[in-house]
Design a protein around this ligand. Sequence first.
Ligand code: UD1
Length: 416
Amino acid sequence: MDKLLIEGGRRLEGSIAVSGAKNAALPILAAGLLTSDPLMVSNVPKLHDVATTLKLLAGMGVRSSQEGDCVTIDASTINAPHAPYDLVRTMRASILVLGPLLARFGEARVSLPGGCAIGQRPVDQHIKGLQAMGAQIGIEHGDVVAKSSRLRGARIITDMVTVTGTENLMMAATLAQGESIIENAAREPEVVDLANALIAMGARIEGAGSDRISIQGVERLHGASHRVMPDRIEAGTFLCAVAAAGGRLRLTSVTPSTMDATLEKLREAGAQIETGPDWIDLMMNARPKAINLRTAPFPGFATDMQAQMMAMNTVAEGAGVITETIFENRFMHVLEMQRLGADITIEGNTAIVRGVPTLSGASVMATDLRASAGLVIAGLVADGQTVVDRIYHLDRGYESMEAKLSGVGACIRRAS
Ligand code: UD1
């Protein structure tokens, strides 16, 4: 199993090009199931989760080819509309094939994702929405088994804001008969990116980016090409790293307008930030000031940035209060950060982080994707060597993280 060895305490300086967004690429690749024509997707990041998605599609009989960052999906023939447990358990986003399979083929069998490190994460809203569109859905031998004749448009109000739930229902609705309305829809930029890809395929969607999305079903979708949006979480992770370690960073291939909540918090921490249409400059010459934050659906502060901001808070001046409202068990990184000398107290879904002047390097274990990113940042500011073990979590969602960080002066390398 690979690990990362980090010698902390270095100032970071240079430029990093941000990759395509994992959380946009995954649903867009799943959307390839909605048409028998080829779908060309560019700016696809090289990640384990993308490889898992392509494997999942291949298992169904979908052909795909890859050239550089461009992936072409050909779902003209499908022989098994199934997502098996061995893939779903490694990637919960596999549930994103449920809506497209059902809409185009009238049947789907997707293994029910179990619990995961950051909480229960049920898929009841996906199921409830598809049922409202006329699907019969049951659980058999641990699989969600769905059947339907042509889905029909419906008005769906989700109980809570769900990102992949909104995406699944939006994809299903593109081929349904009549109009569907999704109320309480997720407003995340990745939902908008998926909607844009679907619109390029001939879907009729309005309101993506608001909490009310309307979809007029069409008979069929056609092939298209689409460029995946930049990864705002990867971008935010590198900004946090430099805000914590000190230095100067230019991010390129990024969309600052999708990152307001993160940029605001970094400014509060004392970072000087300038933005252009597709770049961000961050300069941090002092110790960061502790910030308070509360995670919330977009445009609120992203839960996927919580661990990285906490890492910055561990070495900040003062104390910061971090409240996690999206997932019930997303403080797995706290115990590991404490191993590095961080002063953190947890009370329910709140962590109180009292900044210490410096952390001290140690061996830590990654537990999920963003927790791992938080630990890497902590390692970059810790004295001596930090070893981050189990970085397969990191490889799920960050493309060549150690190469990108080395490029800006970090002392970080991968070891088997
Ligand atoms: C997506 C992102 C993930 C991010 C999360 C929240 C992808 C591939 N993943 O995950 O990186 O951390 O959004 O921004 O885009 N819930 C239910 N029932 C449902 C669906 C959700 O109770 O049917 C709950 C979840 O347990 C959680 C909350 O709703 O408490 C939000 O989850 P959701 O937005 O669905 O997360 P994902 O789409 O799985």
